[in-house]
Design a protein around this ligand. Structure first.
Ligand code: NAD
Ligand code: MG
Length: 400
């Protein structure tokens, strides 16, 4: 294929799978970005010989620059480096940085009016109100990489002019499907990281366990497909075979099915409107496959409703929620707060958030930064409270 791509977040789960696809399609890779993983980036740079490599971490960039000395590959650092990578005139930019760090580089690519293969859902969650009109204005084509959104996009290709009555967004249910609120209070980091069907980066894996990921995906779908959030219905589908469905006004439902392999939606975002062969196992329908669908347990998993609430609030609320959610997830991964405290912290954030309507990108990023400060303090308080309770229990236990 005669196509060139730049991969933002090349060292991550989506980034590496994108490079698998690039390898098999023999795509020209123009720029790669990472954060701190120098060994992997050095290997990728030597294999793909991009013009530019950017590492967000300063020390990592310095070390990489020394290692790549003499190769002719430019090594840049920090946010300026990420922006430079997005600015190179590749036909497609793959946006696969995790979290809000991906917002500015993605916006920079959109401004060029190129194709953006979008994996980073936080970009649309936080800044959909700015990003979608900007893409239209600049003639940028945003193609979803997230498997559910790729599925919806594919289902909508058969739309003609028909109106959509519902989107049925499927959800594996994560590792804690079926657990009660009381049981969720005691789950561990290791249990939360053991996703039943997908192998992904740590942030989205924890978001999949709380169902925050599905809530963020509802917002992502509302922006991508220009639909009110109440037309997007989440369905638990444990097998992760039906990646999502679209119901039209005549109640005909179109679904997209496939093995749970992210290279399929990634490749489609790169090659659309073409479909090219994929070196991955095909679905085997003759093996007694059963497909089941149920409603999510919204009482046990409150993050779904929090996302809908933030989207209805509009303005800077989704950006603040997404930023606080990031802080909470990393605090849980560091075992500083409990699993349910991720949701608790996000709920309190929405209670105190001073919403700003019709925000600019700068105001959105400001709301993100403020929510991070608030959430970091909330983590300190929660961690301190937990320590005190632990100390109290030990004292009581010692007295018996
Ligand atoms: P990951 O943690 O595996 O990779 C993240 C990438 O971002 C890495 O290259 C890392 O170096 C880079 N990065 C992290 N922090 C950075 C920073 N501060 N500045 C610059 N770069 C930074 O994550 P992932 O699972 O590949 O997910 C990437 C995005 O794609 C997320 O937004 C996620 O929600 C979305 N997504 C992932 C999957 C999946 O299967 N992994 C599926 C759907 C959507
Ligand atoms: Mg998804």
């Amino acid at each position: 294929m005669e196509k060139d791509i730049s991969v933002l977040g090349a060292t991550g789960s989506i980034g590496r799978q994108t490079l698998d696809v690039a390898r098999s399609l023999r795509l020209c890779v123009r720029a790669l970005t990472g954060n701190r993983n120098v060994d992997l980036m050095e290997r990728l740079a030597r294999e793909f010989s991009p013009e530019l490599v950017a590492m967000a971490g300063e020390d990592a960039a310095k070390e990489l620059r020394e290692r790549l000395f003499g190769t002719g590959i430019r090594v840049e650092t920090g946010e300026q480096g990420l922006l430079a990578a997005a600015r190179l005139d590749a036909a497609t930019v793959v946006s696969a940085i995790v979290g809000a760090a991906g917002i500015r580089p993605t916006v920079e690519a959109i401004r060029r009016g190129c194709r953006v293969a979008l994996a980073n859902k936080e970009v649309l969650v936080a800044a959909g109100s700015v990003v979608m009109p900007l893409a239209k204005q600049c003639g940028a084509e945003i193609l979803p990489v997230d498997s559910e959104h790729s599925a919806i996009f594919q289902c909508l290709l058969s739309r003609g002019g028909s109106a959509v009555s519902r989107i049925l967004l499927t959800c594996s249910g994560g590792p804690f499907f079926g657990k009660t609120r009381t049981e969720l209070a005691h789950v561990t980091r290791q249990q939360a990281l053991a996703h039943p069907s997908w192998s992904m980066g740590p942030k989205i894996t924890i978001d999949s366990a709380t169902l925050m990921n599905k809530g963020l995906e509802c917002i992502e779908a509302a922006w991508l497909f220009d639909l009110p959030i109440n037309k997007i219905e989440v369905l638990i589908h444990r097998q992760s075979i039906v990646h999502s469905m679209v119901e039209f006004e005549d109640h005909a439902v179109i679904a997209q099915l496939g093995t749970p392999d992210m290279r399929i939606p990634i490749q489609f975002a790169l090659t659309y409107p073409q479909r090219l062969p994929m070196q991955a196992p095909a679905l085997d329908f003759s093996s007694g496959m059963a497909l089941t669908f149920t409603k999510p347990d919204t009482e046990a998993f409150g993050c779904l409703a929090l996302c809908a609430r933030a989207f209805e609030m509009g303005g800077t609320a989704p950006a603040a929620l997404s930023a606080a959610g990031e802080v909470a997830v990393y605090a849980f991964l560091e075992q500083r707060i409990s699993f349910l405290e991720i949701e608790g912290l996000c709920a309190r954030l929405l209670d105190v958030h001073e919403n700003r309507e019709n925000p600019t990108l700068e105001q959105i990023l400001q709301a993100d930064a403020q929510a991070r400060v608030w959430a970091t303090q909330a983590v300190e308080l929660a961690a301190h409270g937990a320590q005190e309770r632990e100390g109290h229990r030990e004292k009581q236990g010692g007295g018996k």
